[in-house]
Write a protein that binds this ligand. Structure first.
Ligand code: SAM
Length: 303
C-alpha cells in the first residue's frame, strides 16, 4: 500500500493549492458528465454525488463510511442533501486537518483495515479514487495484487449487512498498458513508457488493477455481486482539463505557494521529477492513449 509519506507528497503538499483552486471541499476524482461536456465541472461532480447516493440508497440517518475521502466532497453532499451521518478516512494529514476545520468527522486511518470494533457497521460504504493506492509496485511484483483486493473486500464484508451497498471508482490499466520492465523515465518524452514513468512519480507506492474484471472477480470471491459498471474514461479527460484551468487561474495566495514549490524545484531532484506531472498531465495522456481506463462500480453484499 502507498504509505502515509507517499500520500502526503501527493495530497498534503498540494493541500492549500488544491483548496484555493478547486474549493474547500473539492473533488479530486473523475466527475460524471456522461459525455455532456456543456456541464460545468461542479455540475458534473454533483451528478456523480447524486448517482452514488441514489445507487447506495443513502437517506436521512444512513450511516456511511467515506473511505479515502479526500477533502470530503461526498461526505459534504450526503450530510447536506440527504441528512446522512458520514465518517471519512484519509491517509493525508493535510486533508484531515482541512476537513476537520470544515466541520467533518474525518480521521487519518488506513481504510483497508477498518474493523467493526472501530466505528461499528455501516449502511453504505464508498471508496472514490482510493483503490489506486492500495497496491504497490512491490506487491505487484510479488504477485500479491489480487490478495490485497480480496482482503479489502473482506474488510467491506465485515462492515456491511447483507444487501448493503458499496460504490467505488478507480483508474485501471487498459489494453495499451506496457510490461513494467519497459517503463522508464529516460524513455522518449511523450512515449507510453515515459508518461507511465511520470505517473509512477506522481503517485508513489501505487499500482492499478488490470481492468475492472480484476476488481469484480475479487469482489465476487468475498460475496459482492456487481450491480452496475460504467467507464468514466472520457469524463476523466474532461475533468483533468477543467482542473488544469482552475490550477492555473491566478490568485495571490496560490501563486505565493507555487513560488515556494519553485524554490524546492531548483534544489530537490526527485521533487523535480514529481512536479513534471503538473506540466505533462500523464494521467490525461494515459486515458487518451487507452493505457488506462476508469470505472465506476456499484456492488451489493450477498452473504
Ligand atoms: C484521488 S483522492 C480521492 C479523494 C476523494 N474520494 C474525492 O473523490 O475527492 C485519494 C484519497 O485516497 C486516500 N487514501 C489512499 N489510500 C488510503 C488508505 N489506505 N486509507 C485511507 N485513505 C487512503 C488519500 O489520502 C486521498 O484522500
Amino acid at each position: 500500500m502507498a504509505e502515509k509519506k507517499d500520500l502526503d507528497f501527493t495530497y498534503t503538499t498540494i493541500d492549500k493549492i488544491f483548496r484555493l483552486s478547486i474549493g474547500e471541499t473539492g473533488d479530486y476524482s473523475g466527475a460524471k458528465y456522461d459525455g455532456d461536456f456543456s456541464m460545468s465541472l461542479e455540475e458534473a461532480q454533483m451528478a456523480k454525488h447524486k448517482f452514488i447516493a441514489d445507487s447506495l440508497h443513502i437517506k436521512k440517518g444512513s450511516k456511511v463510511l467515506d473511505m479515502a475521502c479526500g477533502w470530503a466532497p461526498f461526505t459534504n453532499y450526503i450530510t447536506k442533501n440527504r441528512g446522512a451521518n458520514s465518517i471519512g478516512l484519509t491517509l493525508s494529514k493535510g486533508q484531515a486537518a482541512a476537513c476537520q476545520k470544515n466541520g467533518f468527522n474525518v480521521q487519518v486511518k488506513d481504510c483497508r483495515t477498518v474493523k467493526p470494533e472501530d466505528f461499528g457497521t455501516f449502511d453504505a460504504i464508498t471508496c472514490i479514487g482510493g483503490l489506486e493506492h492500495f497496491v504497490t509496485i512491490e506487491d505487484y511484483k510479488a504477485g500479491k495484487q489480487e490478495q490485497v483486493y480480496q482482503d479489502f473486500f473482506q474488510t467491506l464484508n465485515d462492515l456491511l449487512p447483507v444487501g448493503g451497498r458499496f460504490y467505488m471508482q478507480t483508474m485501471t490499466f487498459s489494453k495499451n498498458m506496457l510490461p513494467l520492465e519497459e517503463i522508464s523515465v529516460e524513455a522518449e518524452k511523450g512515449s507510453a513508457s515515459h508518461v507511465l514513468a511520470l505517473m509512477i512519480e506522481e503517485f508513489p507506492g501505487s499500482w492499478l488493477p488490470y481492468g475492472p474484471e480484476m476488481v469484480i472477480n475479487n469482489a465476487d470471491a468475498k460475496n459482492f455481486k456487481l450491480i452496475s459498471k460504467s467507464s468514466g474514461r472520457l469524463d476523466y479527460i474532461e475533468t483533468i482539463g477543467q482542473w488544469r484551468k482552475k490550477f492555473r487561474k491566478f490568485g495571490f495566495k496560490k501563486y505565493a505557494l507555487y513560488f515556494k514549490l519553485l524554490m524546492r524545484y531548483f534544489t530537490d531532484k526527485s521533487f523535480r521529477h514529481q512536479i513534471e506531472v503538473f506540466k505533462v498531465s500523464p494521467n490525461r495522456v494515459c486515458f487518451e492513449d487507452e493505457i488506462m481506463d476508469h470505472y465506476r462500480l456499484v456492488f451489493e453484499k450477498t452473504a
